[in-house]
Design a protein around this ligand. Structure first.
Ligand code: NDP
Length: 246
């Protein structure tokens, strides 16, 4: 059933990994989908072709999530092409890991710019166009709750920041019938965190389910939060992490 028929979704970072799975899932559920990318132009175009081949509508836009004007322009392009905006998914993210002594301020600033600042900018801009039933879904991380390895303090901080941002913005948006939630995945098999590495083996060893999640599993959760059925959930940070933080 096409529960999102007639709706328009905008996904920051939809060319690969979790964002790409979310784009495909929301399109399958009937939404027209605009997705941004920064370097994977070919993969983004292929996403559009795949969604169109399946009977959906899609648009790929090159827009650096570290650049406020680029984000606003991309949302403007989405409005021009599809005429409305119902669902925002803030998925673009970077993971910088380095020992404390070597962690560069450039990486610290870029982590905050892409993982946190872009979420605020896109939420502010998208909310101008949303009506009742609007949905904002952030992709945080279980690392907001549990950080069992060194070198990722700034990453964990960026994902913890989304917990508070999501709570606060829920107060702004609730009276307008718009919900905002923060999905916190555990380890998910993507380019950012391949399931076959030695690092992955150490993470699996501490997890109740003993495996990585799939991007499609996260996309299913996002699709639920985007649906009309989820109207009573807002301001929440919800984990889908195979028990990583248990
Ligand atoms: P990937 O690195 O596999 O994909 C990242 C996506 O974000 C790509 O589409 C990429 O575009 C896009 N992106 C990155 N930087 C920018 C930017 N500056 N501007 C626009 N788009 C950008 O990551 P994942 O799919 O693994 O992660 C997606 C989200 O999920 C992130 O927020 C991550 O922190 C979070 N997460 C991931 C987990 C995991 O284990 N994989 C666990 C918990 C959370 P392009 O292809 O052009 O580079």
């Amino acid at each position: 059933s096409q529960v999102l028929a007639g709706k328009v979704a905008f996904i920051q970072g939809g060319s690969r990994g979790i964002g790409a799975a979310v784009a495909k899932r929301l399109a399958r559920d009937g939404a027209a989908v605009a997705l941004t990318y920064i370097s994977s132009g070919e993969r983004a175009l292929q996403m559009v072709k795949d969604i169109e081949a399946a009977g959906g509508r899609a648009l790929a836009i090159k827009a650096d999530s570290a650049d406020a004007e680029a984000i606003k322009a991309a949302i403007g392009q989405t409005m021009t092409k599809f005429g409305r905006l119902d669902i925002l998914v803030n998925n673009a993210g970077v993971l910088a890991i380095a020992p404390l002594a070597d962690f560069s301020l450039e990486d610290f600033d870029r982590t905050l710019a892409i993982n946190v600042r872009s979420v605020f900018i896109a939420s502010q801009e998208a909310a101008r166009h949303m009506g009742g039933g609007g949905r904002i879904i952030n992709i945080g991380s279980t690392n907001a709750d549990r950080m069992p390895f060194a070198g990722g303090g700034p990453y964990a901080m960026s994902k913890s920041a989304l917990v508070g941002l999501t709570r606060g913005l829920a107060r702004d948006l609730g009276p307008r019938g718009i919900t905002i939630n923060n999905v916190q995945p555990g380890p998910v098999d993507t380019d950012m965190n391949p399931a076959g590495s030695d690092f992955a083996a150490s993470l699996k060893a501490m997890m109740p389910v003993g495996r990585y999640g799939t991007a499609e599993e996260v996309a299913g959760f996002v699709a639920y939060l985007a649906s009309p059925e989820a109207a009573y959930i807002t301001g929440a940070s919800l984990s889908i992490d195979g028990g990583f933080a248990a």
